[in-house]
Design a protein around this ligand. Structure first.
Ligand code: CP
Length: 296
């Protein structure tokens, strides 16, 4: 793996992801739960989150601690950003105090600038891309279904603004025979730049015709913090209990979370609801990524 993990475009072939999956499997194995891990003992991981997060921040922090690292959390409200210090200077300073810096920052160009002035490896925890979420998502498909090649996936909801969707599709294109059904309200369709020649896309097929065919349903929430365009039609793209009846028994339901109302809590107890297992997998994937990136 290169020095920084910033973009899904750093992966050229599906086999590039295999070492991360193998390591994540090891991190998830039962004996690891009781054995302290000291793979990165004494190192420091900095968490520079300039946008809210529950899963990504907590899982990186716990992943680092399980590997024997110290962690520090940047507190935006008490920081010298309030004195006019730039984000770039802030990151440069924090990189000097850490052996890896995990950064969440919407502006991807600024994130790239941070990498060029950083003393330590930088991991993208969510910009306009979300590579560690996408790796977690593929790992979940592999773990739940046994393979990624040949996956027939429905991606639904707010596809215009979801960085998790962008990064997921960027990685799915590394696999063979991928078919993606896209279901989004008018005005919230997937940006055309994510339509790749080696993926079959199916649009405008009725929901009840799509559901029985797919291996994976990937639901996204309305990204309301990014726009004021919420469309009442969005509720037509919620996954409901009645939709469960149309889904095959071996299919799974995924969601990068957090969710709003697009999946009812009543669905959580269905064995096909994989989204909480998916979030747990994020811990093991981030343990594997920290080890890859800090092994030098
Ligand atoms: N999936 C995800 O990135 O969740 P958080 O925003 O809570 O980190």
């Amino acid at each position: 793996m290169p020095k920084h993990l910033i973009s899904t475009s750093q992966f050229n072939e599906s086999k590039d992801l295999e070492p991360i999956f193998i390591n994540a499997d090891m991190m998830a194995s039962p004996w690891k739960k009781t054995d302290p891990l000291y793979a990165l003992r004494g190192r420091t991981v900095g968490l520079l989150f300039l946008e809210n997060s529950t899963r990504t921040k907590a899982s990186f922090q716990v992943a680092a601690q399980k590997l024997g690292c110290h962690t520090f959390n940047f507190d935006q409200t008490t920081s010298s950003l309030s004195k006019g210090e730039s984000v770039e200077d802030t990151a440069k300073i924090l990189s000097q105090y850490s052996d890896a810096l995990v950064v969440r920052l919407r502006d991807h160009n600024l994130l790239e600038k941070i990498c060029s002035s950083s003393s330590s490896p930088v991991i993208n925890a969510g910009s306009n891309e979300h590579p560690t979420q996408a790796i977690t998502d593929l790992y979940t498909i592999k773990k739940e279904r046994g393979k990624i090649h040949g996956t027939n996936i429905l991606i639904m909801g707010d596809l215009k603004y979801s960085r998790s969707v962008f990064s997921l599709i960027n990685l799915l294109k590394l696999y063979k025979n991928i078919r993606i059904h896209l279901c989004a309200p008018v005005g919230f369709e997937l940006p055309r730049q994510y339509l790749y020649d080696n993926i079959i896309y199916v649009e405008n097929e009725p929901f009840n015709k799509v559901l029985p065919k797919v291996d994976v349903v990937y639901v996204t929430r309305p990204q309301n913090e990014l726009h004021t365009e919420f469309d009442l039609m969005m509720t037509d793209f919620f996954f409901t209990e009645k939709d469960l009846a149309l889904l095959r028994n071996d299919a799974i339901i995924m969601h990068p979370l957090p969710r709003n109302s697009e999946i009812a809590p009543a669905i959580d107890s269905d064995p096909r609801a994989a989204y909480f297992r998916q979030a747990k997998n994020g811990l093991y994937i981030r343990m594997a990524i920290l080890q890859e990136i800090m092994k030098a």
